[in-house]
Each structure stands twice: as structure tokens, then as C-alpha cells.
Design a protein around this ligand. Sequence first.
Ligand code: SAH
Ligand code: SF4
Length: 337
Amino acid sequence: MTPAELEAFIKELGEPAFRARQIFSWVQNGCTDFSEMTNLSKTLREKLRDTCYIAVAEIEKRLSSNLDETVKYLYRLHDGELIESVLMKYHHGYTVCASTQVGCRMGCKFCASGLFGLRRNLTASEILAQITAAQKGNGIRVSNVVLMGMGEPLDNFDNTVRFLELVSNENGLNIGLRHISVSTSGLVPRILELSTLHFPVTLSVSLHNPFSDERSKIMPVNNKYDVSELLAACREYIKNTGRRISFEYALIDHVNDSMRHADELARLLKGMLCHVNLIPANPVVENDFKRSDVGRVSRFQERLLKHGINTTVRRTLGADINASCGQLRREQKNSIV
Ligand code: SAH
Ligand code: SF4
């Protein structure tokens, strides 16, 4: 519930409005048990216990990296579904990579999250619970969130928007929207809808190939919204929000990492307020894609830079703990099946 919804609900119970703020703050800061809300009366706590629930992400598995401070979580939800999150430490603070759906229905060929299709959307509080659980479990404060875990955030639009409103609320986690990235495989109408909300979030667009016919082969969503439509929506997004777009480009060996690809990518992005993030693709057992080697990655980057395109290579964190989304759940499911 948003603070306004909670206030209306609390008033219905005949309680003063400030109780709503207290409850909001408890929940947003990771309290999952009404009996622990010690600044509320016992009667109210019991009333809440009988009529409400708090979303919980229960730790099913926790893997911490020996190479860096990355921690990967497999969480179990109230209905037994499993989702993944990653906690990463950067020089500017802690970032959580959160899931927005159980599974995904976009079917990108290189991704482990979509292997079992979409099971269901996450509620806003289930997205939030991934952050509060990571904070609580490690005694830290998360400063950044990337919606780059399992699922397509814009395919779960309303809950994603509600999550953004909750997580940035000053009585809650108070994580500024500028510190949040929303990643999409390119749902054009939803990109446009998001742009009308004027949230100062960073939009990350998973491009992975500048040629539409080739992109369709690895990302079926491209059959619906092709590269030119997608880039037109990106331009509109930039115009409406004034925000720079981040293009994600996973380099797959001899699939999308040639100079021909780099040149076309640069041609398409020329003059756009954007940044390209190169990610050496994470191998997934179910497909035979390989990650581009270091030489091919740096040649690709240099070529883009030569064309004047802002480009960085994403650092690999948690390489020893399968920290690529969808892989942990996939393993767990395989061992259950
Ligand atoms: N559904 C959204 C957000 C979740 S996926 C999206 O697709 O953007 C987060 C990022 O991980 C996307 O850029 C996606 O393309 C990328 N990704 C998925 N599988 C990958 C893999 N095996 N190696 C590297 N990046 C991958
Ligand atoms: Fe879904 Fe993103 Fe994976 Fe594609 S890359 S299947 S959109 S989670």
C-alpha cells in the first residue's frame, strides 16, 4: 500500500492517520511481523495480524562470492515460487539487482530467466522485499536498485510503477529514483507510457544487435517492435524525460560482436543522449552461445569509442557464484524435477 492507501485503511479501522506512517515505515524497513511493531497498541497489532499480510522473501539459498562482496539470493515466495536477486558492492555503495516476475515470457535465446516461461508477476511489495531482505541480512543500506533480475519489468508495468513510488518514498527506503535503473527488452508502448510519468529513473534498453533481422533471432520481442521502432521510442523517452538512455549489449562470440555490428550500432546511436554498456555474455547451459573473448570485447569497445559513442565494459561481479539471473532458479528447478 502507498502511504495514502494505508492512511485510508487505518482511518477505516478508527485509528488516527499517523499510525499509517508508523506502519509504512516498519514495513518499508523490513519488518515482517506485526507483533514487532512496538509503537502500535496491542489491539491494533492484533487487528492487523488478523486482516493483513506483509510480503516476505524467504531465503532459500544464499551464495557469497569469494572473489568480491557479491551475494546472490534465491528467495522463496508465499506460494513456493522462487526468484533471484543479487547484492553487489560498488565504490558508490550497495546495489540490489531485483526480479520483477517469476520467470519471463519474452523468450530471449541467451537468457536463463525465460527458460520456463512466465509463472506470474511479482507484486510491488515482493519486489521491495528483495531489497529489505538484503539490507536486513547484511546490516547494510542499499543505495541503488537495478530492475535487471528475472522478468521484464515493463511487462509488469503497474507493479513496477507502484514499486518505484514505494521505494522512493521518504518515509520508506527513500532510494531516489535517480539511483534506480529499469531494464527492458523493448516493449515500445510501455516505454512511451513510462516516459509520460517523468520519473527520473535510468532506462536501460537491452539492444544486443543493431540489425533487426538478426535481433529477431535472439530476441523474439523484436518481431513485434523492431529496432527502428524501439529507437524511435527511445528518442521520445529522452525528449520527454531529459534522461540519458543506457543500451545494454551482451557480447556473444561470433553472433553480435563483429566490426559490422559495431559500425551499425554506432550509426544508429549517433547523436543520441545515450551510453552503451558492453557485457561479455554469461554462458547458459541450455544454449550454445559463448561469451566473446577479451580481445573481441575490447576491439568492439574501441570501435564504438572511435565513432564517438560513450561506451563502457561492465565489470563482472560474482563470477564464481553463477550471478547471472535465472541460473540459480534453473539449477534448483532441475534438481527438484
Ligand atoms: N527483462 C529485462 C530485464 C531483465 S534481464 C531485459 O531484458 O532488459 C537484464 C539484462 O540481462 C538484460 O540486458 C538481458 O538482456 C541481460 N541478459 C540476459 N541473459 C544474459 C546472459 N546470458 N548474458 C548476459 N546478459 C544477459
Ligand atoms: Fe526476459 Fe530479459 Fe531474459 Fe529477455 S533477457 S527473457 S526479457 S528476463
